[in-house]
Design a binder for this molecule. Structure first.
Ligand SMILES: Cc1cc2nc3c(=O)[nH]c(=O)nc-3n(C[C@H](O)[C@H](O)[C@H](O)COP(=O)(O)OP(=O)(O)OC[C@H]3O[C@@H](n4cnc5c(N)ncnc54)[C@H](O)[C@@H]3O)c2cc1C
Length: 292
């Protein structure tokens, strides 16, 4: 399959990339790892006249931690997320999400920015980031804006991103002490598999009595975007962690989910799997919290 014809732009700085995107607007598309964009171009699903490669912009490949904030450049790849010590030290759910994305070949190319902007309901990284309350930096020539990741994703393939905007960074606040998180994914195959259901969970424990002070549960592939499970979070808050509590939270999360039937699985099966995966993710997050 051949790619349709396009003009190739290869800026080496962000201001230059923003200027090009500002001129092209919807006639251009940023190109990161290409694992989604080039595949869709080959399938003739899209044919942008211009590709603006981000791969020579060094600042988009940086991972930087300072003052309790982790800044991950949009062109950091999935494999780099799994290998970063600063990420594995405090953001276990993100490492879990990155490690389960596609195959080694895909993980070498696929970037965090690209995985977010494709806005697939079943993508691995958005739930694993949302569970830490991630924000993203969107840049255009006229300035930057910072948006919660939860608000950026609007529906399958749809984001708040303007046609001239580039996602430049993902921002994560370092979790409190005695907090832990986990990401679990179910597919129909073991590898190279888009999630049938995925769940990320975060638990922050009260350092005095060990009760749950902060709880976040994010469900993927069971709605048009990854969603929080507010009923599950509500019943966790203020309670002492236990298997029974995590089971109740799983049941509540299933009620919060809005899955559809498709050829890969029925809505009923997905709802059942939300129960199981939520319970597992919470247990793993609790173990992680006890170690921190
Ligand atoms: C065989 C295979 C298996 C896969 N398995 C999985 C899987 O298990 N889990 C999963 O989540 N995904 C999977 N994917 C999907 C894909 O790898 C990811 O969505 C990938 O992370 C996209 O990132 P990229 O860097 O390749 O983006 P690209 O393909 O370069 O770009 C994707 C889209 O995002 C835009 N974009 C990219 N970067 C930016 C930016 N910084 N600012 C603004 N717009 C930007 C592009 O214009 C384009 O519209 C798989 C893909 C393949 C081919």
């Amino acid at each position: 399959m051949l790619l349709p014809k396009f003009e190739f732009h290869e800026p080496i700085t962000l201001p230059e990339a923003c200027e090009i995107m500002g001129e092209l607007k919807d006639k251009g598309r940023p190109l990161a790892g290409g694992t989604d964009l080039l595949v869709n171009m080959k399938k003739k699903l899209i044919a942008p006249g211009n590709l603006v490669s981000l791969s020579r912009i060094e600042e988009l490949k940086e991972i930087e931690a300072s003052n309790g904030v982790l800044k991950i450049g949009a062109c950091v790849t999935a494999v780099e997320l799994t290998e970063s010590e600063v990420i594995s030290g405090s953001f276990g759910a993100l490492v879990g999400g990155a490690a389960s994305l596609g195959s080694p070949l895909v993980r070498n190319m696929a970037t965090i920015g690209g995985n977010i902007v494709t806005a697939r309901p079943a993508a691995d990284l958005p739930p694993a980031l949302m569970v830490y309350g991630a924000e993203v930096v969107l840049k255009r020539s006229s300035g930057d804006r910072v948006v919660p990741l939860e608000d950026l994703l609007k529906g399958p393939g749809e984001t708040l991103l303007g046609p001239d905007e580039i996602l430049t960074q993902v921002l994560l606040i370092k979790p409190q002490p005695a907090a832990g998180a986990a990401y679990v994914k179910l597919g129909v195959r073991k590898t190279l598999e888009i999630s049938l259901v995925n769940v990320a969970a975060y638990i922050g424990l009260d350092s005095q009595d060990g009760s749950i002070q902060t709880a976040r549960v994010v469900l993927g592939a069971v709605a048009s975007t990854p969603i929080r499970a507010p009923s599950a979070e509500k019943i966790l808050l203020g309670e002492k962690p236990s298997d029974a509590l995590f089971e109740d939270a799983g049941n509540e999360a299933a009620k919060d989910s809005r899955p559809i039937d498709d050829y890969r699985g029925s809505a009923e099966y997905r709802r059942d799997m939300v129960k199981v995966l939520t319970r597992r993710a919470l247990s793993k997050a609790y173990r992680d919290a006890q170690e921190n």
